[in-house]
Design a protein around this ligand. Sequence first.
Ligand code: URP
Ligand code: ZN
Ligand code: ZN
Ligand code: ZN
Length: 498
Amino acid sequence: AEYDVIILNGLVVTDTEMGDYDIAIKDEKIAKVVARGDLKDAKAKKMIDAEGGYVMPGGVDGHVHLQEPPLFGKGSSADNYETGSRSAVCGGTTCMVTFAPQKKSEDTLLDTLHATHEKAKNNCYIDYSFHLLVGNPSERALSEFKTLREEGITSLKIYMTYEALKLDDGQILDVLLEARKQKITTMVHAENGEVIDWMTKQLEKRKLFAPKYHGTSHAPIAENEATFRVIQLSEFMDSPILIVHVSTPEAAAHIKSAQDRGIPIYAETCPQYLFLTKTDLDKPGFEGAKCVCSPPPRESEADCDIIWDGLANGTFTILSSDHCPFRYNDNVNGKKTCINDEYPNGHFKYIPNGIAGIETRLSLALGANRLDLKKFVELTSANPARLYGLYPLKGAFVEGKSDADLNIWYPPNTMQEFSLMNEMLHHNVDYTPFEGRTLKQWPRYTLLRGKVVWDRENGGLLGEKGYGKFVKREASSLAKPRNHGEWEIYEDGSFGFS
Ligand code: URP
Ligand code: ZN
Ligand code: ZN
Ligand code: ZN
């Protein structure tokens, strides 16, 4: 046969185009995207009839935590590379960028990178890369940025909070300067850790320990201040950043205002800031713990609406899951993971921060019917690929260049709606914060490099662990400094770009 797979009768949607096209796949790549009917005489080993359903590039999730040690309070990640990537593929995500976490006590980044490669190797259902999580920007670590680039790692994440990870402003400047030189994009967790610690002490004095006080302790001011501060630091260094998991209208406004001034500031938000609010933290018993993440779900649906607006108007570059999986009940002793001898009824500060969402990201966002379809593809696939140096290998249907990674969705309004239950998901977590939500879409088929890895109606998960491979990344095609020269301090006392 001429082709490996032909997909007929799809409504093909990329971030720039939408129309009735047929797609041919050969040797793991998109070979042809042609007007409907133009492949009617072509031969392929496999034909798939999309029956008018959307055919979109596979999901690219740029924010995923797997197999990490305890970094965000108690508890290690509940998902490893196998279970996390399995969950991803069953929800239509075909490429993920996870974190390789360097601890504060470690001097080097390369050991971290190599150890993370070992965790992922032969275990993934989907293609993957890593962001280096820099916990200690030592001289040695900074000198290794160049090697990271050579090894296809073109992004880092840094933190302004969490005991185990927090960098001070000087350390942030060190990272931004070196990242600029090596054309690396820096992701920033922008929350003021001291404000959070101070608020936590105030709550403890008043004996307020319920999950909803997690939201109180991570007050909006902590996020707003840190967001504004790191925008200033980034502008000073002319080093592009992406602010991750933005949750407040004020932080979004700081970002928008910097973007309007032409500063290369990018931003991410996540489904938890579109679908959850502080009411979800205030469920009976300790159930609110299931919606604890940082930043926390915010005040009201009006806040969520403003975040949706930011997706539509371009403030947000990407929509990621921030899949950060922890179990509610420990699978060894059956007890709630956030309870200990001192606080038998639980204390919000011992709830590990993070929620699972790699499998539900695409269906929740598409089914909400609030985003233009092309915008949906841009935010969940094309832009994460561009931002992290994977475009057009991922996130696109460019003939001969793009991997044949795609989702075939149900034709509009034809899927039997269902109510989400955790038992339908494929992660290793005993709950989903989105339990009970009505879903109107789910990928019907998912292909990864031309192979059907998910067929919802015939076998479900068909992919195999180990088929997913590491992808070397290029520099970002979005995030570039404004000035061309090196940042310098001159003898006359001035500083700027040579
Ligand atoms: O709730 C979250 N997001 N937990 C920690 C992981 C992160 O991205 O900071
Ligand atoms: Zn190496
Ligand atoms: Zn974070
Ligand atoms: Zn995260």
